[in-house]
Design a protein around this ligand. Structure first.
Ligand code: GLC
Ligand code: CA
Length: 567
């Protein structure tokens, strides 16, 4: 099996030293009657937790992949009206903020990450008026809205690229992109040997003989950030969405805007094919990127209470921390947890390393388990009942670590990746890899809302853009909502407790000793989190159980289970 995105950006960081553990994890407590804590109710939580200038430091963000979330007009494709119509669900779930993947004008060569007009809504997703109505309705519910910004490339249909093609070599229009003459006597070889992330070369030749760089698909030409017109244009785009009320941004491939001087060849000996990066990788994480991020911060800080999170797949957490120095991004996704296989050691090492690196620069960690580019965590952890139990346990870890957390739509339903038939695949990776890499559609299948037949209330009419499996009848929102044991209920409990428990708002964190195969940590003075990632039940740590990811067996913490306790 070669699902590239499973090890996408696998930079094989060195394992780090485990932090010294303190305190004991021993117990004899009588836990008779311990069960999921608290009632499900629509309780309003303290306003300070949601607002204030640093709301993002502890916020739970919910990623919406607009095409797959909810279809408001019944054409089989999710849209902004669909998002607005489901805001009460998101309020009930208890998230603080949304991140919407791109809904901008786009020919959709890469699911909307090929933007042809960054300050307009694609008709597929609605109109600017729909955006305004959605954000107003979200704000009325106390939910913030952040949007994607894609600064590394534009669509080949963007007016700038069309002008660049028409204007010819040496023109100022071409200088907004990275056009070069080729190598070899007749210039028929690409300017360097860089591969595209989606497979094939990172260069495409145009009819007049020049080549342009595209680190992603040919429909996504890289822009030239060394040309002052480019930062000026992105400042305009940032301000456009800030003026419309956006609370922040997710910065797409934030590590790629600056290119190395002279665009030298890469050493491809260790290269593992489409979807992977090298460590280090010449194409990414060049120091010049930080100047550009400072511009982002300056613009964002000229508005109140706004933020930005970066997507940066870099060699290690020390490099990552550079992105969240005080005058750069506010947050940056910690992908080490995404890459960690299911084991106490790998989780602990990912957590430890991230906490240490972020503390150096005073930034919070930003925990992620799934997104639209990686195999859903329930599937990564083995799928089926075991993967499911592990996915629930991992969620209790994710939501109890200090910092911000990002959920991906469907995490709260415990959704798994779907094995789609070849003819359904739409990710450019499938074509560009010569049908060897299936790409990322399996984690982008539309959300199941209600009813017993596909597409489960996703939209009113036609079948959606990707087929929804009939088995999802068991995991619709409707099926899970009133089921106290459902994954949806687990997330609701966790998010409610996360707001109520002062321990989870602060940054205090210390590891506790635990049995083989387990990890445990204390948050604040007396909240303890324990995860049994091993194969056999262990003694529970002492304390009152507030929440557990699976039913407990007496005073045992079963395998593949996590628990929150009041010590
Ligand atoms: C990011 C996005 C991904 C997209 C790529 C190119 O990695 O998350 O979906 O394909 O950037 O924009
Ligand atoms: Ca639609």
């Amino acid at each position: 099996m070669s699902d590239a995105h499973q090890n996408q950006h696998d930079l094989s960081a060195k394992p780090d030293q485990r932090a010294a553990r303190s305190a004991d994890y021993t117990t004899n407590l009588d836990l008779e009657g311990a069960e999921f804590g608290g009632e499900l109710n629509g309780e309003e939580l303290t306003a300070e937790y949601r607002s204030g200038s640093d709301w993002w430091r502890t916020a739970v963000f919910y990623q919406i992949y607009p095409k797959s979330f909810a279809d408001g007009n019944g054409d089989g494709i999710g849209d902004l009206i669909g998002v607005k119509d489901r805001l009460d669900y998101l309020a009930l779930l208890g998230v603080d903020a949304l991140w919407l993947s791109p809904f901008y004008k786009s020919p959709m060569a890469d699911g909307g990450y090929d933007v042809s007009d960054p300050t307009d809504v694609d008709p597929m997703f609605g109109t600017l008026a729909d955006f305004d109505a959605m954000i107003t309705a979200a704000h009325e519910r106390g939910i913030k809205v952040t949007v994607d910004i894609v600064p590394n490339h534009l669509s080949d249909q963007h007016v700038w690229f069309q002008q660049a093609l028409a204007a010819g070599p040496g023109s100022p229009e071409r200088a907004r992109f990275i056009f070069m003459d080729g190598r070899g006597p007749d210039g028929s070889e690409p300017p360097n040997n860089w591969p595209s992330i989606f497979g094939g070369p990172a260069w495409t030749r145009v009819p007049d003989g020049q080549w342009y760089l595209h680190i992603f698909a040919p429909e996504q030409p890289d822009v030239n950030w060394a040309n002052p017109e480019v930062p000026a244009e992105f400042e305009r785009i940032l301000r456009f969405w800030l003026e419309r009320g956006a609370d922040g941004f997710r910065v797409d491939v934030a590590h790629s805007m600056a290119k190395p001087e002279g665009l030298p060849d890469m050493d491809l000996t260790a290269y593992q094919g489409p979807g992977t990066q090298l460590n280090p990788d010449l194409r990414f994480d060049n120091d010049g990127v930080h100047e550009h991020l400072k511009m982002f911060r300056r613009v964002i800080d000229s508005y109140e209470n706004r933020m930005a999170v970066g997507e940066a797949w870099v060699a290690n957490d020390e490099r990552l921390a550079l992105y969240v120095r005080g005058d750069e991004l506010h947050l940056t996704f910690n992908f080490r947890l995404v890459e960690a296989p299911w084991s106490a050691e790998s989780f602990q090492s990912a957590i430890d390393n991230s906490l240490t690196a972020m503390a150096e620069v005073g930034a919070p960690c930003t925990w992620v388990l799934s997104n639209h580019d990686v195999i859903r965590h329930t599937t990564r952890y083995g799928g089926g009942p075991v993967g499911h139990a592990r996915g629930r346990a991992a969620a209790l870890v994710q939501l109890s670590l200090p910092g911000a957390a990002y959920l991906y739509n469907g995490d709260e339903l415990g959704l798994e990746n779907v094995n789609l038939p070849d003819e359904a695949l739409q990710d450019p990776t499938w074509e560009r890899s010569g049908h060897t890499e299936r790409g990322r559609d399996g984690e982008r299948v539309p959300m199941p809302w209600e009813g017993t037949e596909p597409p489960f209330g996703f939209g009113a009419g036609v079948q959606p853009w990707l087929p929804v499996p009939p088995e999802w009848a068991a995991v619709t929102v409707e099926a899970q909502l009133d089921d106290e044991g459902s994954t949806l209920s687990l997330y609701r409990h966790a998010l409610r407790l996360r707001r109520q428990l002062p321990e989870l708002h602060g940054s205090a964190f210390s590891w506790q000793r635990g049995p083989q195969g387990c990890l445990a940590y204390r948050r604040g003075s007396n909240l303890v989190v324990a995860l049994n990632a091993g194969d056999v039940p262990v003694e529970l740590p002492p304390g009152e159980v507030l929440l557990s990811s699976s039913a407990l067996e007496g005073n045992k913490l079963p395998a593949n289970t996590a628990v929150w306790l009041r010590a």
